[in-house]
Design a binder for this molecule. Sequence first.
Ligand SMILES: C[S@@+](CC[C@H](N)C(=O)[O-])C[C@H]1O[C@@H](n2cnc3c(N)ncnc32)[C@H](O)[C@@H]1O
Length: 253
Amino acid sequence: MTKVEEKLAKSLTAESTELIPYLPYLLQDLWELGSSPKDIIDMIANHLQVSEKTKILDLACGKGAVSIQIAKAFGCKVKGIDIIKDFIDYANKKALEHGVEDLCQFQAGDINEEVAVEKGFDIVILGAVGDVLGNPLETISKLKNTVKSGGYIFIDDAYGNNGFNETYYLREEWISFFKKAKVKLLDEKFNIGEELKNNNYEQQLLIVKRAEELKDKYPDKVHLFDSYIKSQREECDELENDIKGVTMLLQRE
Ligand SMILES: C[S@@+](CC[C@H](N)C(=O)[O-])C[C@H]1O[C@@H](n2cnc3c(N)ncnc32)[C@H](O)[C@@H]1O
């Protein structure tokens, strides 16, 4: 079991790497796997000038929900990279379905390696990926190298809440990382309230249904799928009550 696999499992709320082969099945009814494409599109429209010449990199793009909807909204080019080949296949199908196959390029790969070679983008997005690229300072430094000077970085993560959850960095800690990494915080959009609760509830139902199917098919692995249902519920509770989901827009100085 490698660190990459451990972090991959964690990025999709799986407690064990044993669950990795089942993730495409469990998540087959979902397109959006973390970030809100609408929030990112709104932030782009409010702050940035995007044309068909703009180049965007979507790291750990999942099934391409963010990439495809951005390409459709702005007519710009988007490259998405994800380590799960099934997600990349799904993203390619969705790009065709939405008529943006010429604007979107999807590639299977480990973003730890890709950040070292992907360069010269106008905007980079890292949506709901946790610590795959390291701590916030390491993550921001790696993302900075993929964009031009003055380029933009979107990170979808969560701010911790003093006394509630010590595993997430507090907003003031993120602010000090921005200073150290020499990036400017331009905007932040919070993922809170009724919309979050409704989305979590709907996604939860779809995931539980698929987990139940897998429990019937693989009775010796019931514990594995039950623990996935449990960790999904805990993550939803955490997001709804303890921490504050946030999409940050940063600019490289
Ligand atoms: C919670 S999902 C978010 C997906 C997408 N950004 C979105 O918001 O819809 C996390 C994604 O990170 C991907 N991932 C985890 N580790 C990775 C790695 N080392 N390289 C590439 N992708 C990775 C997973 O396959 C998964 O698609």
